[in-house]
Design a protein around this ligand. Structure first.
Ligand code: HEC
Length: 114
C-alpha cells in the first residue's frame, strides 16, 4: 500500500514537471516571437510600411536606431522629437531634414500616432 502511494506521488510529480515544461516552452516561444525579426522585411512592424511616406520615415529615422513605432508618441510629442532628432542628425553630419522630408514623415506619424 505504502509502495503504491509513493509510486503515485512520483508519477504525479513527473506529470507536473511535464506541464511546467510545456507551459515554459509555450510562453517562451510566444515571447520570442514577439521579438521575431524577418531579415527580408526588417520594418514589418511599422504600419503601412510599403508606402512612400513610410519609406521616407524609415530612411530618415532608421539610420541610428530602429525607426520607432508611430504609436509610441502622440503627434505633439512627435513634433518635438523630430526637432531633437534633426539636431542629433546634424551632430553626426547628416544633412538637415528638408521641408519635403519633414512633411512626409510628419504626415506618416500623424496618421499612425497614438
Ligand atoms: C543621427 C542619428 C539619429 C537619427 C538619424 C535619428 N535619431 Fe532618434 N535618436 C538618436 C539618439 C542618439 C537617441 C538617444 C536619445 C538622444 O540622444 O536624444 C535617439 C532617440 C530617439 C527616440 C527616443 C527613443 C526611446 O527609447 O524613447 C525617438 C522616439 C527617436 N529617436 C525618434 C527618431 C525619429 C522620429 C527620427 C527621424 C526624424 C530619428 N529618431 C532619427 C539618434 C538619431
Amino acid at each position: 500500500m505504502v509502495w503504491v502511494q509513493r509510486r503515485k506521488r512520483i508519477v504525479n510529480w513527473g506529470s507536473k514537471m511535464k506541464i511546467n515544461t510545456i507551459i515554459f516552452a509555450v510562453l517562451s516561444s510566444v515571447l520570442l516571437n514577439a521579438c521575431a525579426h524577418d531579415p527580408d522585411n526588417p520594418h514589418a512592424y511599422l504600419p503601412d510600411a510599403q508606402t512612400e511616406a513610410a519609406q521616407v520615415y524609415i530612411e530618415q529615422c532608421g539610420a541610428c536606431h530602429a525607426a520607432p513605432h508611430p504609436r509610441r508618441l502622440n503627434i505633439a510629442a512627435w513634433k518635438n522629437m523630430i526637432t531633437v532628432m534633426d539636431q542629433r542628425r546634424q551632430e553626426r553630419d547628416y544633412p538637415p531634414l528638408t521641408d519635403a522630408q519633414r512633411n512626409k514623415l510628419m504626415a506618416y506619424l500623424a496618421e499612425h500616432a497614438r
